[in-house]
Design a protein around this ligand. Structure first.
Ligand code: ZN
Length: 372
């Protein structure tokens, strides 16, 4: 009896009509926290999601866990049901490979329809025990407009082979090419509206791991750029947990990839000799990083100036989204369109002639002082 009780507690409610051993609404899978994972069994696992869906789910994400990639799901069938008895296949995946730990596989539902419940029949490779971090459902097709994104080619070179940082990177990232390509698309999604937009053409990224000081930097100019990532920084970032290392690694990658995909301001000197130019470039890179969820937003503090660059500027640009959901894209368009770019000019471009950089910055400061 004790065993049955603990199983009930662990797996939450049991749907009527389902066999009693079908885990339903598994907490670790629906907590939007890739750090916690569900450990299943060898062979086919059935997992039910019964959270009273009220619209057809058009896409979903399955996240790999932090464990050895041999436990990753390699194939699954997604089924929908209204009564928990009759199930209809809505999507199917085979030969799935996750390029990294805590990595999403975004799937567009092939046959969407309104169902109250969903069930995943999901299996790891070679009859290994299944481990999955999260499953998320969306009533939007999150790939819409990005199906035709032109991925860059990647030259990944580990120049720090044998270092602790290099080993940690390999534990985190199994396929660097796919991992960098994934983040390239994510950056473009934040900077642009669709893959058909007029876009900075990044064709090739040479990405190196290097046993050197510093964190990461982008060099070269589109269409061919290079990015290095310090294995010493990897080592320092791994002290707390692999999840923290992942958070930092993705955050840094977002920032550097923005430098590949962003337009550069015109008419205001250059990166090295003009603070307006520099704060625009570094502010937007950290703004996109903040928007991607790879900054601890609790570290935002009042103070500073919009031209301080990096996260002081980046948090401000990201906050502009409270005024307009497309604020980051519009900010970026101001960089493309204005013949002489400036902070005040950009705010007027985005919000109309009444807007000023002082006014918006002060409003943002009030927002921060109010404890947000
Ligand atoms: Zn930068």
């Amino acid at each position: 009896m004790k065993l049955i009780l603990s199983v009930l507690l662990l797996f939450g409610s049991i749907s009527a009509g389902m066999a009693k051993d079908v885990p339903t609404n598994v907490a670790e899978l629906i907590d939007n926290n890739a750090e916690t994972c569900y450990t299943g069994v060898k062979g086919k696992n059935k997992l039910v999601f019964d959270v009273k869906f009220d619209a057809p789910m058009l896409s979903y994400k399955v996240f790999s866990a932090d464990d050895d990639s041999k436990h990753d799901p390699v194939e699954w069938v997604l089924k929908g049901s209204n009564d928990g008895k009759k199930w209809k296949t809505v999507d199917e995946r085979k030969g799935q490979i996750f390029c990294a730990r805590y990595q999403e596989a975004l799937c567009v539902v092939e046959n969407p329809a309104a169902y109250k419940k969903y069930m995943l029949e999901i299996t790891a490779a070679n009859k290994e025990i299944l481990k999955v971090a999260d499953v998320q459902f969306f009533d939007k097709n999150l790939m819409k407009g990005w199906e035709d994104f032109k991925y860059p080619t990647i030259n990944f070179i580990d120049k720090a082979e044998g270092t602790e940082g290099s080993k940690l990177y390999k534990t985190l990232v199994q396929n660097p090419d796919e991992y960098i390509k994934f983040h390239a698309r994510k950056v473009a999604e934040i900077l642009y509206y669709t893959a058909d937009d007029q876009m900075v053409d990044v064709q090739n990224i040479r990405y190196t791991l290097e046993d050197t000081d510093g964190i990461s930097a982008k060099g070269g100019n589109s269409p061919r750029i290079n990015i290095f990532y310090s294995t010493r920084h990897i080592e320092n970032s791994a002290h707390e947990s692999m999840y923290k290392l992942d958070f930092e690694t993705r955050g840094v990658l977002y920032h550097e990839l923005v430098h590949g995909y962003q337009f550069e301001p015109k008419g205001v000197g250059n990166y090295g000799n003009n603070k307006i130019f520099w704060s625009c470039i570094e502010g937007l890179a950290d703004g996109v990083r903040a928007e991607s969820g790879h900054f601890d937003m609790k570290t935002r503090r009042p103070g500073g100036n919009w031209m301080d660059g990096y996260r002081t500027t980046g948090f401000f640009i990201q906050w502009l989204k409270t005024k307009d959901p497309d604020a980051i894209r519009k900010f970026h368009l101001s960089v493309r369109d204005l013949e002489v770019w400036g902070w005040d000019e950009a705010m007027k471009y985005m919000f109309g002639s009444e807007a000023t950089i002082e006014g918006l910055w002060n409003e943002y400061q009030d927002f921060l002082k109010a404890g947000n």
